[in-house]
Design a protein around this ligand. Sequence first.
Ligand code: HEC
Length: 183
Amino acid sequence: MKCWNRSIYTIFNRKPLEQINSQTMNIFNKALILSISLLTIVSCQKKKLNEELYEAAKATDLQFYKNKDTLYSGAGGSPHGSFKLKFNSTAVSSLGADGKLPVGAEFSNGSVIVKEVYSGGELTFYVVMKKDSESKFQGENWVWGEYKPNGDVAYSVSDKGNSCISCHSAGVSRDLTRSFDLH
Ligand code: HEC
């Protein structure tokens, strides 16, 4: 018996070579199936969370910033353009009497902030931040996403806010939000 054959023979508990091969293949196949399943699960979770954020952005019971349906112009180097700003009830509960988040305060988990971006009078994007410190897709405790009105994903939760966070960390400390200092 050749040396390498013998080592394999010893390593695998003295099983005949044919059996080793089929056993190794078996492990390999299982590992492959496991990795594909894991990838599929993560991609399904991502799709589900994007859908949830899009639905949350379209919800009809959101409250306008300062209780007024106002179209604001982007300020502070904002890339978002003209917009309307809305909050779900969890987010509203963290706001002060002036409609703003007090400096140094934080939104609680489940808070949703929606920026409806308008261009030429048409709604073009829902830009969303959802507070969820437990989410595997969170970046700085927020989940970040952008959606077209038909639900197409323009910026996925899976990027974990990498394109958003540096700009949203600038300025006064209001839990990564920017509007309260600018509008
Ligand atoms: C270059 C800076 C910049 C980047 C990058 C940026 N934002 Fe913003 N964002 C702003 C500013 C400034 C505001 C305040 C409102 C305004 O004037 O547009 C804002 C407001 C918002 C709001 C309303 C809540 C708040 O913070 O006031 C949401 C939601 C939002 N951005 C989401 C995002 C998402 C999601 C991304 C990444 C895909 C992103 N932003 C990237 C600058 C930025």
